[in-house]
Design a protein around this ligand. Structure first.
Ligand code: C2E
Ligand code: MG
Ligand code: MG
Ligand code: MG
Length: 302
């Protein structure tokens, strides 16, 4: 019930946003068609190490471009998928498209020596709804896909988003443990908001915490958000769990994260979510500006 209230609200605000004349049925029909027709697109948003600035990997984000309405807010169509039993189909499509890109990097490397090592060996983070956690078939499919493309599970992080209280009973914990033992990394997404809890963090074998962007976005301006961001980072460090801050929009936030020894950063300041065709350009442009920064720092010393 809580869920559908949230959906109705987000549907309404999203319709206002896009001034849509579509009703919910038409919307759902179009979404089903997009999923069936393999029309869900994947965008990639970079994650970098805070200390060295090197590329760690990309988070894969689903995009749906409605034929007449344009891009639809992911929070909206993801919750529609969850409610109408489409989420596992969507996850599999996102997973397949993202992995296809990863294995194309490997293949192209042989003919195209331009692909730098950092990109060639990049990691990927894939979002998984908490609701999928008890689905054995989905996980078998994910494991098979990695095997058939010869991609090591250690390059894949599964980000688990809490949209409802996580069922921490047998099958869920079993599935999480099985995935972890196979080598997948597990991340608890949007930590500090919603239903994610300390209990889950200790019980399940998570290897990463993602600090929710609501704290990180305000870390420049607001002392409370800074305190929360630092506390979650300290917590992750003492549990020996990697910490990623999402929603890094400024140089000042990046400096703060370095200062508190957060491991990884993701946000518009580093790079927006982008289609795969833009990734190489983004990479080289960033390398150029890092090189320039290094030279400027050297000159300042002279
Ligand atoms: P999330 O997993 O927490 O992803 C991070 C969201 O923050 C993304 O929103 C990203 O575009 C946005 N973001 C990143 N950096 C910044 C920044 O510096 N400033 C601001 N203001 N925002 C930033 P997006 O792409 O709209 O996705 C929203 C949510 O939809 C995701 O949140 C995730 O929960 C869900 N989602 C997206 N793709 C998938 C998917 O393939 N499967 C599932 N199950 N959920 C997905
Ligand atoms: Mg995520
Ligand atoms: Mg998040
Ligand atoms: Mg989220």
């Amino acid at each position: 019930e809580l869920h559908s209230n949230k959906l109705v609200k987000s549907c309404e605000s999203s319709k206002r946003e896009m001034n849509s004349s579509l009703n919910e049925d038409e919307f759902l029909t179009a979404l089903k068609e997009a999923i069936k027709g393999q029309d869900i697109e994947v965008y990639f948003q970079p994650k970098v190490r805070c200390d060295s600035g090197t590329l760690e990997g990309f988070e894969v984000l689903a995009r749906w471009r409605h034929p007449t309405e344009g891009f639809i807010n992911p929070e909206l169509f993801i919750s529609l998928c969850e409610i109408h039993g489409l989420i596992d189909l969507l996850t599999m499509q996102v997973f397949e498209k993202a992995l296809a890109w990863l294995s194309s990097l490997d293949e192209n490397h042989i003919t195209d020596s331009e692909i730098p090592c950092e990109l060639r060996w990049t990691k990927l983070s894939i979002n998984i709804s908490a609701q999928s956690l008890s689905n054995d078939i989905l996980f078998s499919n994910i494991i098979d896909k990695c095997k058939s493309l010869d991609i090591s599970p250690s390059r894949i992080t599964l980000e688990i988003t809490e949209s409802s209280a996580m069922d921490d009973s047998g099958p869920v914990l079993e599935n999480l443990t099985r995935l972890r033992l196979m080598g997948f990394e597990l991340s608890i997404d949007d930590f500090g908001t919603g239903y994610s809890s300390l209990l889950q963090l200790v019980k399940a074998p998570f290897s990463e915490i993602k600090i929710d962007k609501t704290f990180v976005l305000k870390a420049d301006a607001d002392t409370q958000s800074r305190a929360i961001t630092k506390s979650i980072t300290d917590l992750g460090r003492s549990l020996e769990t990697q910490v990623t801050a999402e929603g890094v929009e400024s140089a000042a936030t990046m400096d703060f994260l370095k200062h508190i020894k957060c491991h990884l950063a993701q946000g518009y300041f580093i790079g927006r979510p982008m289609p795969q065709a833009d990734i190489l350009n983004w990479f080289y442009e960033r390398e150029r500006s890092r090189e320039k920064e290094r030279l400027d720092a050297l000159r300042a010393l002279e």
